[in-house]
Ligand binder design. Structure first.
Ligand code: DC
Length: 227
């Protein structure tokens, strides 16, 4: 939502593994914007409940419990992003596979989505914001100044994820990563509240055959021609 004339919001949505986070971080650094990673909030909430209750997924008093939680995100000058939950740095813990396995239970919940949406809007005080997620251009900032939908084929996204794990020294089974991506696409596209969908006013970028730098350049060009 535009708050004043100088405010500029870029909403970047797209499926898991489409490169949103790396792309947004780099664009934010190059353009001097603040990057906000909305997925990390859903991850932090999942981490909190799993840490507290193990695998007993809660359905009651979720919001009351969230009142005891303080989530913060720090976008550092070098492009790193830190997520803090009650002052504890959970940035690494929220990237574990067990979080991704359980996250849809929380990200499908309407009360949690409303809570996260308010938080995201509250965090967007700076004039120049780049935020990525699944429903940023549709629900969180339907009046964003620029909306980008980043996509890539399942094969390319699988390849990227396997490479990311390899860089972390983790050897993973390619087929299980592919299946996880297909399952997350299904969850993201079919959730009742805030599903992943391309809005008519977003710029669609299929990055399957684009280099990382090409994607950055394209988005910077879009911002410059639109700002
Ligand atoms: O972007 P990510 O993979 O870190 O997101 C983690 C999960 O959070 C993903 O499974 C979908 C969910 N999510 C969401 O429902 N809405 C958003 N705006 C961002 C993420």
């Amino acid at each position: 939502m535009k708050v004043n004339k100088n405010k500029y919001i870029v909403a970047v949505d797209g499926p898991a593994g489409s490169g949103k986070s790396s792309v947004c971080r780099r664009v934010a650094i190059e353009m001097g914007a603040k990057y906000i990673d909305s997925g990390a909030i859903y991850r932090a909430i999942t981490w909190y409940f799993m840490d507290k209750h193990g695998d007993d997924l809660l359905t009651e008093n979720i919001i009351d419990q969230l009142n005891n939680v303080n989530i913060e995100q720090i976008f550092e000058k070098n492009g790193d992003i830190k997520t803090l939950l009650n002052n504890k740095d959970v940035s690494k813990a929220i990237r574990e596979e067990k979080i991704a396995e359980k996250i849809s239970f929380f990200s499908d919940n309407m009360e949690i989505r409303d809570y996260v949406t308010s938080l995201l809007r509250k965090w967007s005080k700076e004039n120049f914001i780049i935020m990525d997620g699944r429903d940023i251009g549709t629900v969180v900032f339907p009046n964003a100044d620029l909306k980008v939908y980043l996509d890539a084929s399942v094969d390319v996204r699988t390849e990227r994820r396997v490479k990311e794990y390899a860089e972390l020294g983790k050897k993973v089974d390619e087929n299980s990563i592919r299946n996880q991506i297909i399952k997350r696409d299904f969850n993201d596209e079919n959730r009742e509240f805030g599903p992943l969908k391309k809005s008519n006013d977003s710029v669609y970028l299929d990055t399957s055959n684009m280099s990382f730098n090409d994607v950055i350049e394209k988005i910077i060009e879009l911002i410059k021609s639109n700002k």
